[in-house]
Design a protein around this ligand. Sequence first.
Ligand code: PMP
Length: 349
Amino acid sequence: MIRPRKTVEEMPRYDPPLEGRRDKLRLDFNENTQGPSPKALEVLRNATPEMLSTYPEYAKAYDFFARHWGVDVSNILATNGTDEAIRIIFNTFINEGDVVVLPAPSYALFELESVLFGADIQRVYYNDDLSFPVERMVEAARGAKLVVVVNPNNPTGTSVPQDAIARIAGEAELVLVDEAYSEFNKTTALPLLDEMKNIILTRTFSKAFGLAGLRLGFAISSPEIISTLKKVASPYSVNTLALACAIATLKDKDYIARYVDEVIEARANLIEGLKKMGFDVFNSEANFVVCRIGKDAKAYAAALRERGILVRDRSSYPLLKGCIRMGVGTRDQARTLLDALKEIKEEIC
Ligand code: PMP
């Protein structure tokens, strides 16, 4: 066997179940469960031959996105999903042995990239109630090369106070603030970028905006950091249609706002329903909730799957023993989930 790099040998595999999901109620990957804006589909229907046969051109699209976020074009880099932004950030800044502070539990990819680049991983565990461990993160950030903050966090669903992010950025060389779900807690560290040149925000079109299949993310940071990241980014990793659909989606403000508001309302209903069923459920500011089912967590996840509803068993994650993570979806989808859970509870008890 041809041996890969040592760090690749040591890397755990990220093996999410990616196949056979299309005919199911997909509450497992935190995607938009309603579908993209009709305006994005219209862009695809009207695609011209030239849009497909020429390499992408980015200038006009960058102007649009920069205006949308109230920043300069020199502050942004479009990437093939946030996953690529994360890979580029690690590839640009992380040397073997650098201290990378990761919240735990959090999105698995940060752990993977840290191992791939040979980082010295310092994990800071969330509090037992899944709130963000402010003081311990600030402490761990002191002198670290990179601190990762996910707001709101996946899988806990809990938010990070903005003043904590500023304090962390005051201690660490670099802070990556992943805002994949920020449409659902309606907060952003964007205003901090004026003062703190060492913060990199990442945004995605895979969640609230319903374009996961097109793969589009962004890194937003100081011009120095963005121009360094651009040295490492591959020149055409973002495709023409993804940019055009994302622009059409952002212009369709009402569609997205209505979906986000519906999810937020459905989230409150779901949390209340789960509590009434006697489950221990954590408050969430994202488009998913974590519920402590207990020893039957796996059985519940399997029974939901049999009913065509996909969720993620998160029992093996730190602090999440016996927990499953469930996407919220629309009001109707959340009700379908709750009804199925009630049936399963009767069967299992
Ligand atoms: N960040 C977080 C916190 C996520 O949960 C996910 C998706 N699971 C991503 C990034 C990846 O997003 P994208 O589809 O833009 O690569």
